[in-house]
Design a binder for this molecule. Structure first.
Ligand code: MTE
Ligand code: HPA
Ligand code: MOS
Length: 784
């Protein structure tokens, strides 16, 4: 037998009938659009199921004096109530650092914090009963903004810093010196399926939990801990989510834990589904940020020195904020060499819900500073921003311009070529001319154009999370089940995993069933996050395939007296020299021959490391790149605008499934556009979220889709050994929307004949656009 370490050397022919690289539709597409796809709330309910609801804090800070629940208990249909004192085990369900009590523990930390949970016969009865609680809270003084938290050094985690060279010295020597700041809004996840869990008690203290979670293993651990039982007594099952977007990475656990406690106490199945308004109030969002920079360049606008301060509003606890602010810092360069640089990140504590993962995971909020700096430089020098962008890209051929502020060497940088291609295909310079002419002839309606790049680091920045497992079974009819550690949230992960397994065995996709993610099949899994679902689980699934293929090769070689090295799987057959057998026949014979047809696979990402003490390392296995060109029209009297045309060229490596990847790019772009333009989180002065429903919080609708929307894949293989040299595609496209923000600024800047850089904080709602216009006009810009 050859050693497993040489498995990847087993030859496999890439046949023209392979399912890899082909635009297969999402494995659940038909079921999803026809209402047959089963989500947690669609699972047939146990006969004795009851329903839970939670009571939330009406204030943002304070101390609980008394909780009177008699009226709740006597309300129709009510079976049980729990507060924090009823939790049998741990009360802290924080993911990494302490600070997230499952229910308020004396102190109130934010408006909307769950204080108690009620179990009743129906969901309506539970929700009605909640309203009858009388809770006496001695109000405290909430901290509601970044500025105050920073002044008070009120941080959920200590600050972190990375630097390269001597910023002060380089800055002082430069002819051009610029300063700026940028307020960046957060974002509500607005997944179609809200938070929901169903806990089903099993024999004795065992618990089965169905939950809409990106992180079943963490739910398993936390359910075990709150119940004070061992992890092996808990099974978590997740077939699919109706969207997660990061909002179910850590913050699905609370609802699963509450369901499990109620299920365990009452020996009945319990379902907890948050109504949308509660979901919006009680779960964290994308972090709002307030960032500032100092940047210095030579006469041409080439950056020599940069200092950036990143301040994330983390809400009341750490949750994932340490890693999120780190990722903002890692992306404050975007694709640009920053010269001598110093980047500092603060994790500000406020009395808001604990802000959490959201597509891009801090990257977008860091990257926007880079684009703000470039725009400022361009306006100062009277150059086209695209010229300044290109001038400042990392250059892997120049040893002085190819390392990031955290000392990672940039290689295989496709941005210069990718941008050149998009510049051509979008006819950037011709349209620039046309737009200048248009603006010269129109005093009120102004057009803007921008082409911006994306460089996004792929890997969890917490190294240990970069591992995955898979479990593969071949049944005697030749059909295959694959289970892996990733969860399906609409992104097409299961489709891609199915393709990988089908490809390895030379089978059509229909022969492969990807089963629901379960903690009893693949243990100790990472969250499906950081865009790494396919990279990690795809490799683990491939590893499982290779292990079984090795056994089958040996077996078949023994049967026909050939060389196992020459066996290959193609078009539902297995070949060895002049011999051929159908895959199903081989499986049947292997079964009779007592060959194991089940295997588990494993993968861990190579090459990555980061030393947080020194702020240096290679935190990312590789980067995914892209660029977008957006054109907008702005009405300078009202601040209203429209995105007219968008051209995107995105690097998904050698795409596993172009149809799904293009879908991810379109969806990511539109979601990013919503974040930067219309999605406006509003808290009132008492810390209450007032944009707490879809009527007061505007996400992009179909009518906001750009009329011209061209999306292309760059198509160059990943140089790193990722699964079939593809690249992760889940998060990076969100940041393609930066070009919309820059294009709006470009239109406003035209009012100053492109000499002034507008201050446009995000979301760039029409009100903010109008403010920016007025500022430019006051500063001496003319309206033509
Ligand atoms: N696409 C859909 N349809 N729904 C989602 O919830 N989440 C995004 C992205 N694309 C999401 C999505 C986020 S935040 C991440 S990290 C990745 O998908 C996770 O999946 P992947 O690693 O398999 O790409
Ligand atoms: N991205 C997304 N989720 C995460 C990460 C990350 O880098 N680290 C921990 N959880
Ligand atoms: Mo995505 S924010 O990493 O779940």
């Amino acid at each position: 037998m050859r050693k497993l370490s040489t498995l990847s050397d087993i030859p496999h022919k890439v046949s023209s009938t392979s399912v890899i690289g082909v635009g297969h539709k999402h494995e659940s597409a038909i079921r999803q659009v026809s209402g047959q796809a089963r989500y947690v709330d669609d699972i047939p309910e146990a006969a004795n199921i009851h329903h839970a609801a939670v009571g939330l804090s009406p204030v943002a800070a304070g101390t609980i004096i008394s909780i009177e629940l008699e009226d709740v208990l006597s309300s129709d249909g009510v079976i049980d109530i729990i507060t924090v004192t009823d939790v049998p085990g741990h009360i802290d369900i924080a993911p990494v650092f302490d600070g997230d009590p499952i229910l308020a523990d004396k102190k109130i930390l934010y408006h909307g914090q769950p204080i108690f949970a009620v179990l009743a016969k129906t969901i309506e009865q539970a929700r009605k009963a909640v309203l009858k609680a009388k809770i006496d809270i001695a109000p405290g003084v909430p901290c509601l903004n970044i500025e105050q938290a920073k002044q008070e050094m009120n941080f959920v985690r200590p600050p972190h810093e990375m630097q390269q060279g001597n910023f002060e010295k380089s800055y002082a020597a430069c002819p051009i010196q610029l300063k700026g700041n940028l307020t960046i809004g957060g974002q509500e996840h607005m997944y179609l399926e809200g938070q929901v869990s169903m806990a089903v008690p099993e024999e004795e203290d065992r618990m089965l939990v169905f939950t809409s979670s990106q992180h079943p293993s963490e739910v398993q651990k936390l359910v075990a801990e709150v119940l004070d039982i061992k992890l092996h007594k808990v099974v978590v099952d997740m077939r699919r989510m109706g969207g997660g977007f990061g909002g179910k990475e850590t913050q699905a656990a609370q609802w699963a834990c509450l369901s499990a406690i109620l299920a365990s106490r009452n020996k009945c199945a319990v379902k907890l589904r948050l109504p949308r308004m509660q979901d919006m109030m009680a779960t964290g969002k994308r972090h709002p940020f307030e960032n500032s920079y100092q940047v210095a360049t030579d006469e041409n606008g080439r950056i020599q020195a940069t200092q950036i301060e990143i301040n994330g509003n983390c809400g009341h606890s750490a949750d994932l904020s340490d890693a999120i602010v780190d990722r903002a810092m890692f992306h404050a360069d975007n694709g640009y060499y920053l010269g001598s640089s110093k980047i500092v990140g603060h994790r500000c504590r406020t009395n808001q819900v604990s802000h959490t993962a959201f597509r891009g995971f801090g990257g977008p909020q860091g990257m926007l500073v880079a684009e703000a700096m470039i725009d400022a430089i361009a306006r100062k020098l009277g150059k086209d921003p695209l010229t300044v962008r290109k001038l400042n890209l990392y250059d892997e051929h120049d040893p002085l311009r190819c390392t990031t502020p955290y000392d990672m060497f940039i290689e295989h940088n496709v941005l210069p070529e990718l941008i050149a291609e998009l510049e051509n295909s979008s006819q950037y310079w011709q349209r620039r001319k046309d737009i200048s002419a248009f603006n010269a002839n129109h005093s009120i309606i102004k057009k803007g154009l921008a082409l911006t790049p994306v460089k996004f680091g792929i890997s969890f920045t917490a190294k240990h999370l970069n591992q995955a497992g898979a479990l593969l079974h071949i049944y005697t009819d030749g059909s295959i089940q694959i289970n892996h550690g990733g969860t399906e949230m609409g992104q097409g992960l299961h489709t891609k995993i199915g393709q990988i397994v089908a490809h390895e065995f030379g089978l059509p996709l229909e022969h492969i069933e990807v089963t629901s993610t379960r903690t009893d099949k693949v243990p100790n899994t990472s969250p499906t996050a950081a865009s790494s679902g396919t990279d990690l689980n795809g490799k683990a699934a491939q590893n499982a395939c290779l292990i079984i293929k090795e056994r089958l090769c040996e077996f078949y070689a023994g049967l026909v007296k050939g060389d196992a090295d020459n066996v290959y799987f193609e078009e539902q057959n297995v070949y060895l020299e002049e011999h051929k057998i159908t895959f199903t026949d081989l499986i049947q014979q292997a079964y009779i021959g007592r060959v194991s047809l089940s295997a588990s696979g494993f993968y861990k990402t190579p090459k990555i490391h980061y030393n947080r003490e020194t702020g240096k390392g290679r935190p990312f296995f590789y980067f995914a790149y892209g660029a977008s060109c957006s054109e907008v029209t702005v009405d300078t009297l009202t601040g209203e605008y429209k995105v007219d045309r968008v051209d995107i060229l995105h690097d998904a490596g050698r795409s596993l499934n172009p149809a799904i990847d293009v879908g991810q790019i379109e969806g990511g772009f539109i979601q990013g556009m919503g974040w930067l333009t219309t999605e406006d989180l509003k808290w009132d002065d008492s810390g209450r979220l007032i944009s707490n429903n879809p009527a007061t919080y505007k996400i992009p609708a179909i009518g906001d889709t750009p009329e011209i929307f061209n999306v292309d894949l760059y198509g160059r293989a990943n140089e790193e050994n990722s699964i079939y040299h593809s690249k992760a595609v889940g998060e990076p496209p969100l940041m393609l929307a930066n070009s919309v923000w820059c294009a709006i600024k470009d239109a406003i800047s035209s009012l100053s004949n492109y000499h002034l850089d507008p201050q446009l904080n995000t979301p760039a709602t029409p009100e903010k656009v109008l403010d920016a216009i007025e500022l430019i006009q006051q500063a001496g810009g003319q309206s033509n």
